[in-house]
Design a binder for this molecule. Structure first.
Ligand SMILES: [Zn+2]
Length: 311
């Protein structure tokens, strides 16, 4: 038994997969989030019919969204991650998080993807792309959006640039995706240096050169891809591996993650109702119905024109 205090709360949820776990290292003014997804990825992918390259990208984007979501200060907060691209194989990628629920979709060009081979670069996928990350806190009536170019080798690097450029917080992001026994596993971690150990977004006195940060970054950065994607390794055990020489490591709340879509017929109808009558008429298909598909979960909603009053 080593010295030091380890305040690992008794978890109320399992810490192997489809979960995000918070961690604080008070003496180093650092906080982190670590997440792993299996069933959530399967559930999201089951609504789509993506080739393996796009499935892998979706898995990676979902775990990144889970990490961002677990940073939210408010239970009703929402994070939306959207990649806007120019001349990339991927035309649009959207993932979002609300109350532990994740969903996402990717629009891409299958022909160009096939030409690009099994391992296209980030640039091939997104072209001159941008990653927009939006934090919504409806109760506090706050919205914050940051946009960074999709540069570098990976989504993880773009996310790191987001924190460096938009928030000026020294951060480290690692993401890993693997297919094990036919099932996608996505794992990731995010560590940040906080001013004076504050667990929050107020950081007037962040010092970019604080000596504690390189130490935390080296330990967190030593995580191996196969550790992030091993569902047999609970996340608190993985944190122990990385930080067991620290005096105090506190795990925070764990958030169980699920796949959830918030599309509902009433909302879809209200959107259609806002169009002028002539535009609504133009939406009617051969079967006499207006049909709207949810891009996230592929649910199809149909309604007839006379459901909309003409007043
Ligand atoms: Zn839906």
């Amino acid at each position: 038994m080593r010295g030091g205090s380890y305040l690992f709360d008794m978890p109320s949820v399992q810490l192997n997969t489809d979960v995000a776990l918070g961690v604080a290292i008070p003496a180093r003014n650092a906080r982190g989030r670590i997440a792993r997804l299996t069933g959530v990825v399967d559930a999201v992918l089951s609504s789509h019919n993506y080739p393996p390259v796009i499935e892998r990208l979706m898995a990676e984007a979902l775990v990144l969204t889970a990490l961002f979501g677990s940073l939210l200060k408010e239970a009703e907060g929402q994070v939306t991650l959207q990649a806007q691209t120019e001349n990339g194989i991927v035309d649009l990628m959207v993932c979002d998080y609300l109350r532990g629920e994740l969903r996402g979709y990717i629009r891409h060009d299958p022909e160009r993807l096939a030409e690009a081979g099994p391992n296209p670069s980030l640039f091939a996928l997104f072209g001159k792309g941008y990653l927009a990350i939006t934090f919504d806190h409806p109760v506090m009536n706050e919205r914050y959006q940051g946009i960074v170019p999709l540069e570098g080798d990976s989504l993880a690097q773009a996310a790191q640039n987001f924190f460096a450029q938009s928030e000026q917080i020294p951060s480290l992001v690692r993401l890993a995706v693997d297919k094990r026994d036919g099932q996608w596993v996505a794992g990731g971690l995010l560590f940040q240096h906080l001013p004076e150990g504050e667990e929050g977004r107020d950081r007037l006195h962040t010092r970019l050169d604080h000596p504690d940060w390189p130490h935390v970054a080296v330990l967190a950065g030593s995580v191996k891809a196969e550790e992030l994607t091993d569902p047999a390794l609970p996340l608190d055990d993985l944190l122990w591996r990385l930080f067991h020489e620290e005096d105090e490591v506190r795990t925070l709340n764990a958030v169980q993650l699920t796949r959830g879509c918030r599309c509902d017929p009433g909302y879809v109808r209200s959107v259609i109702a806002r169009f002028p009558p002539d535009e609504r008429e133009a939406m009617v298909g051969e079967d006499g119905l207006i049909r709207v598909d949810c891009e996230f979960c592929s649910s199809s909603f149909s309604m007839s024109l006379n459901e909309f009053s003409v007043d």
